[in-house]
Every structure is written in structure tokens, then in C-alpha cells.
Design a protein around this ligand. Structure first.
Ligand code: GTP
Ligand code: MG
Length: 201
């Protein structure tokens, strides 16, 4: 799929403020600093559409982008950043759970997980929550450009083992790098298929 248009729509602090749910939508969630905003920019080949930062906690609202005038990408705040105040963390948690459970046009959630670190309890718990609630999702392992092949294989094995503690099978995943564009075509192809299903339903 070619991206010929990518437009910022709005920032929302609560579920009620979200733009109307008239287009197929894909949400991007994950821990703070995992690379959600960078990945959105990579996907649509725009450098600064979504604001990124080397300091965690950059995205604090749900930001909607309309792509090719026909589908939405939603950039969410990160979960679980220890240095954010307790109040803010629980506000973000509510924003994320409300969004995930109630957004009608959400066709797939992309859960970004940092490939450089060991499996984190908060990510495993979030995946379990999605499983229990039957929310369709894909895991995107991020920042794969930062690892040697050996480190990468070791980490992927650890993730597989951690995931299989609560899942019968490993859910759908893609290896990505926002810097190298790794995984971009695969994810866009997947989105294109889902867009077609949405227009037929
Ligand atoms: P919050 O909005 O704070 O939750 O963070 P985020 O998940 O949106 O992360 P963001 O895209 O702002 O990126 C965080 C940092 O990681 C930035 O310094 C990015 O340049 C860097 N980064 C993101 N993706 C990649 C990647 O694929 N490879 C490398 N090497 N760095 C990346
Ligand atoms: Mg962000």
C-alpha cells in the first residue's frame, strides 16, 4: 500500500473525546519509550507526524492520524513508566483499557515490546489481559537494529518461553525497526487486508 496522505486529526484525553469511529482503526500501545511514535512515523514514512522523544513519557494523550483519508492510526501513551506520578499512571491505564475495550472500530491492536530487554512482567500481564478480553492483537518487537543476531535470538527465545507460560501458542508477532524500516511492509500489508474486510462488512 502506498501512503499518499497522513494527517493529524486530534489528541484526546478521554474515551469520550475520541474522534467518531467511522474508519477502520489500528492502535499502538506498549511501555513508555518502546518506540510507538517512531514506528508510526516509519509506517507512514513521515519524519515528524507523531512526536517522539528519547525521554520516556512523551505521548500523554491518544493521538489520531487519518491515513489516505480512509483509516486511522492511534498513538497511545506508554504504560508503566515508573517515574510518572501514580495518578498519571492510573489515568493512562484507564485511557488505555477504555480504548482497548470500547473502541468499536479498532480492528487490531499493535503491542510494541522492546526486543533489547528481558521479558517484562507488565508486558506479559498486558498480553494476558488482551487474551482474556479476546482483543485481536499483534506483537511488534521493536528496535531490532540495536541487537546482534546472537543477542536477538537469545531474547526472542526468552520471550517465547515467557509467553508460553500463559499462552498455548505464541500470538502473531513481527520483528521491527523504525530506523531500518524492518517489518514495515508486513504490517502495512496486514492493515490493507483488514481495511478491505472492514469495507466489505
Ligand atoms: P512514549 O510516547 O514516551 O510512550 O514513547 P514511544 O513509545 O512513543 O517512543 P518513541 O517513538 O518516542 O521513541 C523512544 C526512543 O526510542 C527515541 O529516542 C527513538 O529515536 C528511539 N527508537 C524508536 N524506535 C527505534 C528503533 O527502531 N531503533 C532504534 N535504534 N531506536 C528507536
Ligand atoms: Mg510516543
Amino acid at each position: 500500500m502506498e501512503i499518499h496522505q497522513a494527517k493529524f486529526v486530534k489528541s484526546s484525553a478521554t474515551f469520550e473525546q475520541l474522534p467518531s469511529s467511522n474508519y477502520p482503526e489500528y492502535g499502538f500501545v506498549g511501555r513508555s519509550n518502546v518506540g510507538k511514535s517512531s514506528w508510526i512515523n516509519c509506517l507512514v514514512e513521515r519524519k515528524n507526524l507523531a512526536k517522539t522523544s528519547s525521554t520516556p513519557g512523551k505521548t500523554q494523550l491518544i493521538n489520531h492520524f487519518l491515513i489516505n483519508g480512509s483509516w486511522y492510526l492511534a498513538d497511545l501513551p506508554g504504560y508503566g513508566y515508573a517515574k510518572t506520578s501514580k495518578k498519571k499512571r492510573s489515568t493512562f491505564a484507564k485511557m488505555i483499557t477504555d480504548y482497548v475495550l470500547k473502541r468499536e472500530n479498532l480492528l487490531n491492536l499493535y503491542v510494541l515490546i522492546d526486543s533489547r530487554v528481558k521479558p517484562q512482567a507488565i508486558d506479559m500481564e498486558f498480553l494476558e489481559f488482551l487474551g482474556v478480553k479476546a482483543v485481536p492483537f499483534t506483537i511488534l518487537f521493536t528496535k531490532t537494529d540495536k541487537l546482534t543476531q546472537k543477542e536477538f535470538s537469545k531474547n526472542m527465545k526468552a520471550y517465547q518461553a515467557a509467553i508460553l507460560q500463559s499462552w498455548e501458542r505464541v500470538p502473531h508477532f513481527v520483528h521491527t525497526s523504525a530506523v531500518k524500516g524492518r517489518g514495515r511492509k508486513e504490517v502495512l500489508g496486514h492493515i490493507e487486508e483488514m481495511n478491505q474486510m472492514f469495507s466489505k462488512s
